[in-house]
Write a protein that binds this ligand. Structure first.
Ligand SMILES: [Zn+2]
Length: 195
């Protein structure tokens, strides 16, 4: 994947080039604020619809498509090939792992706003389903790409962490819960709209 070339969403040619953090199409002159990376993979059982959603038509130049045979390879490829200002479209939440790791390499300290119905904090030991898409935020925290105190978990209905494997993230879960809402452990769209 090249950071310099991308497919222009306006004229569909492969001539969009990076201009600083932005893209400009050499063919039609259109400018774009981000480069789109598609990750049409879902790491779990029955995720075909999620994987297909990575092909959603969006008005950003396509800077790359990551299709690797393992999540580890996907994460490496994504982190290395991330555009200057990336818009990463999965797939499943595991596409955030490579995106955050790539961004974390560019800065001393990274903040992450994780907008998700679940906490994505499971480990293989704690996950009821074994689906890796329930674990990506935990991978990032345990791997050190981002610190727990630099993560805001927004819109989580539940943290999805019944069972074992809580020992490392108990402190993080307390932090996350304190951010779910001022009154409890649930923030809904309507509550936020009325706030
Ligand atoms: Zn164009």
């Amino acid at each position: 994947m090249s950071r310099l070339r991308a497919r222009c969403p306006s004229c569909r040619t492969l001539t969009a080039v990076a201009v600083g953090p932005e893209y400009q199409c050499h063919s039609c002159g259109a400018e774009f604020a981000a480069g789109l990376v598609r990750v049409p993979r879902a790491w779990g059982t029955g995720g075909e619809a999620m994987a297909a959603a990575a092909w959603l038509d969006l008005p950003y130049p396509e800077a790359g498509v990551i299709e690797e045979e393992s999540l580890h390879e996907q994460t490496l490829a994504l982190a290395v090939g991330l555009p200057e200002r990336p818009l990463v479209l999965g797939g499943c939440c595991c596409s955030h792992v490579g995106a955050v790791e790539g961004l974390a390499r560019r800065t001393d300290r990274l903040a992450v706003v994780w907008i998700d119905a679940h906490g994505d904090l499971n480990t293989p030991a704690s996950s009821p389903s074994g689906n890796a898409w329930g674990m990506p935020l935990r991978m990032l925290l345990d791997g050190g790409a981002v610190r727990a105190e630099d993560v805001a978990l927004v819109a989580a209905r539940n943290l999805g962490m019944e069972g074992v494997g809580l020992e490392i993230s108990e402190e993080y879960i307390a932090l996350a819960k304190s951010r779910l809402s001022p009154s409890g452990n649930r923030v809904s769209y309507s509550e936020r709209r009325n706030a």
